[in-house]
Ligand binder design. Structure first.
Ligand code: SAM
Ligand code: CA
Length: 221
């Protein structure tokens, strides 16, 4: 089979049954987030959480960064995969969401691994750069906040992630609209331009993985 399979609801249930081991607090986070309304679709899927946790384990990540935390699911998936001395810096502009997220992290016993930065992510990233003295601080970064700033987040991550480290960029297919020339909305244009830029960017090895809404993995050369 030379193309990714179409996922029916039944097949997705099957994947969740035999292909993921969702921690009970991750399941609880998903259930509670589902009650908050349309925004719940912003959360990554269980299989994407399992995939990201696997990546973190495979590269032996200890220092990780997240840009766009929401109710804390992806941060929790990563934090649970970190060794006991591993750390995650989680950035989100919304203090209420960060409070919700922290409750889940506390329930799962990983809150002390997570340093939450509340405010515009650009400011938090600039503060990290200012304190880093030119040294890369992270093994793994996940970009999942406002799409029009993705290019800036990508450039910050290239400075903050070590050689051989991984930058995972979420929603790169944007429900397929990146290939719709009639879609000229700001978010779509930003994602399309970044996808085109990364395709030619010799600073990274890449794989665009068709999981969720599309995740581009960039390994820093
Ligand atoms: N990664 C989360 C998960 O899978 O559960 C979902 C993140 S959600 C798609 C995007 C988040 O980015 C929202 O919680 C929003 O508050 C945050 N956000 C939007 N603009 C931001 C900005 N300028 N700086 C920091 N966070 C921002
Ligand atoms: Ca996302």
């Amino acid at each position: 089979m030379n193309r990714s399979i179409n996922l029916t609801d039944d097949l997705l249930d099957y994947i969740h049954r035999v292909g993921t081991r969702e921690h009970p607090v991750l399941a609880q986070c998903r259930e509670q987030t589902a009650t908050i309304g349309w925004q719940a679709i912003m959360q990554i899927s269980a299989e994407q959480g399992a995939f990201m946790a696997m990546l973190v384990r495979l590269i032996g990540a200890r220092h990780t960064l997240e840009i766009g935390t929401f109710t804390g699911y992806s941060a929790l998936a990563v934090a649970l995969a970190l060794p006991h001395d591993g750390r995650l810096v989680a950035c989100d502009i919304d203090p209420d969401m960060m409070k919700r997220a922290r409750r889940h992290w506390e329930n799962a016993g990983v809150a002390d691994k997570i340093d939450a930065k509340v405010g515009p992510a650009i400011d938090s990233l600039q503060t990290l750069i200012d304190g880093a003295d030119g040294n890369p601080l992270f093994d793994f970064a996940f970009i999942d906040a406002d799409k029009t700033n993705y290019d800036s987040y990508y450039e910050y991550c290239l400075k903050l992630v070590r050689v051989g480290g991984l930058i995972a960029i979420d929603n790169v297919l944007w429900s397929g609209s990146v290939i719709d020339p009639d879609d000229t909305s700001d978010d779509t244009v930003a994602l399309r331009l970044l996808n085109n830029k990364i395709a030619e960017d010799d600073r990274v090895d890449i794989a665009l993985v068709p999981i969720g809404d599309g995740v581009t993995l960039c390994r820093k050369r």
